[in-house]
Design a protein around this ligand. Sequence first.
Ligand code: ZN
Length: 232
Amino acid sequence: MFESKLIKAGTQLMKAMDKTTSKHLPYKLAEIIKFHTKGAVASALASAWLPGVGSGAALVACAGFTWGMYLRINKELHISLSSNIVKTLAGGIITNLGAYAVSMVAGAALSGVISFIPIIGSIGASAIMAGLCYAVTIVSGIVYLNLMTALFKAGRNPGNLSASELKDCATEIMDEMNISELLDEAKEAFSAAKEAGEFDDAEEDSFKICEKCGEAVDADKRICPSCGARLK
Ligand SMILES: [Zn+2]
């Protein structure tokens, strides 16, 4: 299952960081990735996708959750990267994954057509967008763990690299991974989870990412409890 891939990637990172004594950390990392992926799905399901809206809008939303996810992972592992650098990196990784995903499913074209059919159409469109967000966000978690693993293995401190150096490394890592296969498996995991009712109370699970500090905040909050920023 997909969860075992997250734990495996987390375990490899712990080895690369010499943190093998904390056995719970890979599970904790998997939890963080799943939490943010669920947030992305809830937000995609709650959105009314207008006719003709492509997957681009969905990917912008995924990037926010991915950014928050990376910040949480860094906090957990004491990796110090500025929030702006993490934002740029998350955006780059999502754009890259989006290109894989869209070429695979032609999600943009498909949802544009489906949402013209009233009611059934909009449910269909949001399910497609949610599936896309799920796959892209959860795979972005694995990409990040693999990226950090490669950097620590090579004795490079991510904190010393610029945003563009990190993005280049991420691109290399993705070239070595079988991204299309991962996205496919993620989509299957999404369908299974959806059928099992995991997203039935999506509205209760929905949260957003504070654009100033990356904190996960309840969707109905107007002010970030962590940094006081006004939220959209
Ligand atoms: Zn904040």
